[in-house]
Design a protein. Sequence first.
Length: 346
Amino acid sequence: MQAKGLTALIAATIAVVIAAIALSLAGGQSAADARSGEMVFAGLGERLGDAAMVKITGAGGPVTLERHSAGKTTDWLVAEKGGYPADPQKIRQTLLGFAELKLVEPKTDKAKLYKRLDVEDPGTKDGHSRLVEIDDAKGGKLGEIIVGKRRPDRLGTGADGLYIRKPGDAQSWLAQGSVDLPTDIKDWLDKNVAQIAAKRIRQVTLTHEDGSTLVLKRDKEDAKFTAEGAPADAKFKSDAALAEPAGVLDGVELNDVRKAADLPAPEKGVARAEWVTFDGLTITGETFKKDDSNWVRLKASGEGKAAEEAAALNARWAPWVYSVYEYKANAMKTKLADLVEAPKGS
């Protein structure tokens, strides 16, 4: 009987110890559970229109997103990229995500355990946390939170999770909600550079680094392109290959961007392209290699109704030079030999 009693006592003691440890790791659930279901940022949803700055520090480096208004137009800009426009949809999704965050379950309040959830103080050596601050136009705080690991919903219930902690508060939490917070500053940029439909293009003139040129043209929108000066017996790879340089501007997305004044075109190693549309718009582009990236500078001019379009394009393009995908840059360097079938046996 004594042995059985001792065994029962030991088992009960172990159970109490385990429960105490679990309670400690949870950060004192009994005290914090009452807050489960609270909004992380009470009232933020009603004040999203007041948001004028989002500052992110910690892992990945600083990102400062600023709202600027000019006339009837309001844009979000990325300060660290010279004030280049941010992706408005990403900004909206991020702000809505924070406004909808809801406390679900208290986690650790032990500083030594924060790194398990990536909610340590931002700037901690080898840390992965990020501090997010949302301010209004007067610098007032609309929200401030330390963001840690994401816990994606794997069951399709729509219950994505995010580990968080408020600065100065020892208690960490699992919050319910979906916030996609890019770590690469370039992912905040509005990546759209140009959307000039390929069907508008009448002629393309490509001037290569060695001074040689290739002219592709057609007489109407539904016609096929021909290569000016091509040998009469030239056999082209395909109509699509001939049309590819004309489609370069039909969906140009940037990888990165820099101020044009900070990255002038070099004296050598520059390829140039000119696209002329059926309705009087002319776009010129220069492409060159720098720091293992393909950079493109664009400029527009126009006649008649196209003059207004050209002015709008130049207002966007003139201050910047864009890093673009390699296939776009290569299409701007197309030579006649790239379009012609190699002779059999060669």
